[in-house]
Design a protein around this ligand. Structure first.
Ligand SMILES: NC(=O)c1ccc[n+]([C@@H]2O[C@H](COP(=O)([O-])OP(=O)(O)OC[C@H]3O[C@@H](n4cnc5c(N)ncnc54)[C@H](O)[C@@H]3O)[C@@H](O)[C@H]2O)c1
Length: 473
């Protein structure tokens, strides 16, 4: 790769071109100065391996590396390529050209293990690479979701060591933390540029530099950014934000079980409670939690206390939420088994939706995967459909992108509320066969469920109290 930054533009390097970094690189390349001119030349950098090169090649050929329904994002990428202020590569020398380096690499937890641990090695290696190239005076912004304390206790010392090894002033780099709230989906780009941000600097100068950078990329007039006192507070904000969400989702799981048993429609209950302004954002029942963030992030507080501070705090709610949400799809297995007379062996299940979220082509830790593995393990034949992908990486199987016939299907499981599923013409689709229908995530409208029932399908929903156990299906 030839790295040729614009003559008078500041240079931004984005480390890690995944779901976050690829979109952040486009957001930065779309940023303009007060005079309306592009503010930055952006260089996206990934690892020199098959995955990294595929993401680099995609961006360099004007393709977003992931399926997306956000036309604004794909147009912004095309415009940046046309202007020539966005390029990608695998050469870490790019960090040496940058005024600002944005860290968007993962920091994993083996969250399904009995004894979950932080997997710090990859993240630390990424920071070291930056330390080997970063210029004195540059700003490094950590966007990765990390255990609170990481910037102060891991990132800054690693960068200082690297600078010292290079014979440079160890304090000459500005370090900040500002977490991403990006939501891959229909408003992917907007969820970066038209969305509120939190940030903090390791020093006052770092905070000021981060504010300047973020104010150029983000529409801060309409979406003000919040500065916190230190980077550990900013890291805590991200982790608490996601823990709050995961915990409230888990809470609804136990109330769903109660509602299904007691013949109560929990959606109706939540709608009524939401009239009270203090409870307006109450969650509704669903299929569990998937994706790369809500599955692991609630464990970061617990692991930070243990590993970074060596002062354990037990976090019982957060840890229970992770387990509850992970097990939620297995309740759908139980329901499906009951509707099919006590066994899934030899039965044909059509799974509608395999990603973890509506209108997103990301299958990482999707509840559908847990469901599919359990169904196949119980002897079912599974057909998977998803409008956003034709291959399911985790299961290594084909995914239908066109809605399959329901003629030889025993049960349809509605697993993801992709927008197209609300357009299914139930009367035509179930004309010749009336399978059981399990709506696991409030996917269908009341009318679609009513029509399926009227044809003779046994229809049930997570959280709706129309459950075989109370005789209302
Ligand atoms: N996916 C989301 O919706 C989302 C939202 C908010 C925050 N986050 C957080 O953002 C971070 C990144 O998540 P993601 O979903 O983009 O992950 P991802 O796995 O999609 O992408 C990470 C990328 O980093 C690259 N990478 C790893 N080590 C590298 C290195 N040393 N040098 C250069 N590239 C390297 C990988 O090859 C990969 O392309 C995580 O901390 C995640 O929790 C994700």
């Amino acid at each position: 790769m030839t790295i040729s930054p614009g003559e008078d533009r500041r240079v931004v390097a984005v480390q890690g071109l995944g779901f976050v970094g690829a979109a952040m690189a486009i957001a930065a390349a779309s940023a303009v100065n007060d005079d309306g001119e592009p503010a930055f030349t952006v260089i996206g950098v990934d690892r020199d391996d098959a995955l990294g090169r595929a993401r680099v090649d995609a961006l360099n050929s004007g393709r977003f590396p992931f399926e997306t329904t956000d036309r604004q994002l794909t147009h912004a990428l095309a415009a940046a390529r046309e202007r020539g202020n966005l390029q990608a590569g695998v050469d870490p020398a790019a960090y040496g050209l940058a005024d600002t380096i944005v860290i968007d690499v993962p920091l994993d937890i083996d969250w399904r293990s009995e004894t979950p641990e932080l997997r710090l090695a990859g993240f630390e290696a990424a920071i070291r690479t930056v330390g080997e190239w970063v210029r004195p005076g540059a700003l490094v912004i950590v966007e990765t979701t990390v255990p609170p304390g990481t910037t102060q206790r891991i990132v800054v010392p690693l960068l200082e060591d690297c600078l010292r090894d290079r014979g440079l002033d160890p304090g000459s780099v500005l370090v900040a933390h500002s977490y991403e709230r990006v939501m891959p989906g229909a408003d992917y780009l907007d969820s970066i540029v038209n969305y509120w941000r939190v940030y903090a600097g390791h020093t006052d100068d770092a905070a000021k530099a981060a504010e300047k950078f973020l104010s150029t990329v983000i529409n801060v007039d309409d979406f003000p950014i919040s500065r916190l006192s230190n980077t550990t507070a900013s890291e805590t904000a991200k982790v608490l934000e996601n823990t709050f969400r995961a915990t409230t989702i888990a809470l609804m799981d136990e109330w769903s079980q109660f509602a299904e048993m007691a013949g109560v429609d929990l959606f109706e209950v939540v709608d009524a409670i939401r009239m009270r302004p203090t409870h307006a954002n109450m969650r509704t029942p669903g299929f569990g939690v998937g994706g790369y963030c809500l599955t692991k992030d609630p464990l970061f507080g617990w692991l930070a206390a243990k590993v970074l501070f060596d002062q354990p705090v037990e976090f019982p709610f957060a840890r229970a939420a992770v387990r509850t949400n992970d097990a939620a799809p297995l309740r759908v297995i139980e329901l499906t088994t009951e509707l099919l007379g006590g066994s899934l062996a030899g039965r044909h299940i059509l799974l509608l939706g395999v990603s973890y979220r509506q209108d997103v082509g990301d299958t990482r830790y999707s509840p559908a995967e847990t469901f599919a593995r359990a169904a196949i393990g119980a002897g079912a034949r599974l057909t998977a459909h998803d409008p956003l992908m034709d291959h399911w990486e985790e299961l290594g199987c084909r995914v239908a992108t066109e809605l399959p016939s329901a003629d030889d299907v025993d049960a349809v499981v509605l697993a993801v509320p992709h927008s197209g599923y609300r357009d299914i013409d139930v009367l035509t689709w179930f004309d010749r066969n009336q399978p059981a229908v399990i709506d696991a995530w409030d996917v269908w409208t009341a009318e679609q469920r009513r029509l399926a029932s009227s044809l003779g399908c046994r229809v049930t929903s997570i959280g709706r109290g129309i459950h075989p156990r109370n005789g209302k299906s």
